[in-house]
Ligand binder design. Structure first.
Ligand SMILES: [Zn+2]
Ligand SMILES: [Zn+2]
Length: 179
């Protein structure tokens, strides 16, 4: 992995996923490898984040979901019901490691060692953090294959799916730069 993968993932050539077949598979495999390390009893997730710009030599970073050090997932009903709050999400772990200028993030769920489709985007903690960190694109595995979202649309879809208010900055005004 490392630099070799970073170069294999670049360059980004647009939003047509059919041009990304090889790069997608590389990223997907890294995310699967990360998910396989997850100690979560409910759901094993992996994320890879990378800089898809051709000049980048930064290594991709990965994360898997799980409780923080000193805490455990025991698979009880109480643990499973609260997993979303008890486990650190794979996206957040990858975000904490990712350099500021990374562009792309791919999330995958595994079951019995194999990738399975994720549901519709549904975690506002992750979607808002991905967008806030300046990511441009989010990849999710669905029944139809890998789907590419702009980071902004990923957040919009998440808000809609969670029935949360979608409140936009008025045109012509700039929000403070969070970075
Ligand atoms: Zn969990
Ligand atoms: Zn999340």
């Amino acid at each position: 992995m490392g630099g070799v993968v970073a170069r294999q993932l670049a360059p980004w050539r647009g939003t047509d996923v059919t041009t990304m077949a090889i790069d997608e598979r590389e990223a997907l495999q890294l995310a699967i490898d990360a998910a396989l390390k997850s100690p979560c009893c409910k759901s094993k997730r992996g994320v890879v984040a990378w800089d898809a710009r051709s000049a980048s030599r930064e290594k991709p970073v990965t994360g898997f979901n799980g409780p923080p050090p000193g805490f455990a997932c025991d698979g009880t009903d109480a643990c499973r019901a609260a997993c979303g709050k008890l486990c650190v999400h794979a996206e957040i772990r990858a975000l904490m490691l990712a350099p500021k200028d990374f562009t792309d993030l791919l999330h995958v769920k595994v079951r019995a060692g194999a990738p399975v489709p994720s549901g519709a985007p549904s975690c506002p903690d992750c979607s808002k953090s991905i967008l806030d960190r300046g990511f441009k694109r989010v990849w999710l595995l669905h029944e139809t294959g890998l789907r590419l979202y702009s980071a902004e649309d990923f957040h919009v879809q998440t808000l809609i799916n969670c029935d949360l208010p979608l409140i936009r900055q008025p045109d012509g005004t700039d929000a403070p730069d969070p970075t």
